[in-house]
Design a protein around this ligand. Structure first.
Ligand code: SDX
Length: 374
């Protein structure tokens, strides 16, 4: 066996998947064979969630049934509601998401049942309740009353309703839906691989998703959308952008929202999200972030040939929608629950314990001295 190390599993193919693929021939991320941008143009988020979880796009009846199940499962237990009120208001909402999914595992009567049917029911509960719990925390930490979910609202509309007490115009909801579609799935990224690794020991779905949330939080992964906003806030105004980004590159800083392990000449989700970012900026009559965006992007490509990833346009888009910056990655979570779940189910169906090797570079063998001899 070769001892060649592939740090970060760079370029290593570890398993098969039917969930998604970046198809070079159409230069696009595809879910179950459909291009993500095609899905953005023709579907709402719930249709894509159904596709990722079930393998096919739903017909009208299947979609209605799926939506009804999701809406029925939105209600939180009293325990979780009371816990959310007790969480420190300074807690990062990603830690709230992780904790709430973990508590759901304590409460779920089917936690131990790893059959596909039970897992699909648990997925629906996690999918429906996590955004509701996050929106509740959004309100509680501002000292505001929790707003109950509404069954006549879509997944995206309900999230706005519960965070802000109102649903914005259709274009804003569509832009949010598009961001969820683009965030829903991306093959063996860090958090999905975490979920699959946890699943490979035949642990449970709540544990796998809890671990995936912790993994997504990091700034090199999902946490980048929050870091992008911190960067734009530091830049403050378009006039400062050129100097700021050149200095960052002179200092060899990592610029958040740029670069990708898989895409080397551009993340195929970016053009679609960039378009919707522009639409939201127009509605909000605020072009500042777009101007900063364009200047930083141009320098990154000209000087480093490094292109933006999807977190670059989503950050300022969520800001313009009115979300607090530390809610950007939790929004990624409420969408990616679909991708994680599809992978968890796929892992159970053809499981092999994930257990790589390491090249040892520690001490040679040595004898233990008694305590009084050391
Ligand atoms: C996501 O994989 C997925 O699918 C993830 C995701 C999903 O949908 O699940 O797409 C979501 O996580 C997007 C990535 C979000 N992260 C960031 O935006 C953080 C900033 N980007 C990086 O740190 C970096 O590009 C990574 C972590 C995304 C990718 O890292 P790699 O593949 O390990 O590459 P690397 O860090 O070793 O970089 C290679 C070179 C280095 O230069 P050299 O040492 O070879 O001279 O490119 C440079 C890096 O310094 N580089 C950057 C850079 N990204 C790469 N330089 C400055 N700024 C950057 N952002």
């Amino acid at each position: 066996m070769s001892d060649e190390i592939k740090k970060g599993l760079l370029g290593i193919v570890v398993d098969e998947t039917e969930v998604s693929k970046v198809m070079p021939e159409i230069n696009s991320l595809t879910y179950r064979g459909y291009a993500a941008q095609d899905l953005c143009a023709k579907c709402k988020f719930e249709e894509v969630a159904y596709l990722i979880l079930n393998g096919e796009l739903p017909n009208k009846n299947q979609l209605k049934k799926f939506e009804n199940q999701e809406r029925k499962e939105r209600k939180l237990s009293n325990t979780i509601l009371q816990d959310i009120k007790r969480f420190p208001k300074t807690a990062h909402p990603m830690d709230v998401a992780r904790t709430v999914v973990s508590i759901m595992g304590l409460e779920d009567k089917e936690t131990k049942d790893n059959s596909i049917e039970a897992n699909m029911r648990k997925v629906m509960r996690i999918f429906a309740k996590t955004p509701v719990a996050l929106a509740a925390f959004y309100r509680v930490r501002k000292g505001k009353k929790i707003i109950s979910p509404k069954k006549n609202l879509s997944f995206s509309e309900n999230f706005f309703h519960m965070c802000f007490g109102k649903v914005p115009n259709k274009e804003i909801v569509k832009a949010f839906d598009v961001s969820l579609i683009l965030y829903a799935e991306h093959s063996f990224n860090v958090s999905t691989f975490t979920a699959r690794t946890i699943t490979s020991s035949l642990s449970d779905i709540h544990g796998a998703i809890t671990g995936a949330i912790a993994s997504l939080k990091g700034p090199l992964h999902g946490g980048a959308n929050e870091e992008v906003m911190h960067m734009m806030n530091k830049i403050k105004k378009p006039e400062n952008a050129l100097k700021w980004i050149n200095k960052a590159l002179d200092n060899k800083d990592v610029v958040m929202g740029f670069g990708h392990r898989v895409y080397k000449s551009g993340d195929s989700r970016v053009p679609t999200m960039r378009e919707y970012f522009g639409k939201v900026a127009k509605i909000k009559k605020d072009k500042k972030y777009e101007k900063i965006y364009d200047i930083v992007e141009k320098v990154m490509i000209d000087r480093k040939n490094i292109h933006p990833n999807v977190d670059y346009p989503t950050g300022p888009t969520y800001h313009l929608m009115g979300f607090d910056t530390d809610f950007f990655t939790p929004i990624f979570v409420i969408s990616r629950i679909t991708g994680w779940s599809a992978h968890i189910i796929e892992q159970y169906a053809a499981n092999k314990l994930i257990r790589p090797l390491a090249s040892y570079k520690g001490n040679k063998h040595r004898k233990v001295l008694q305590l009084n001899q050391r």
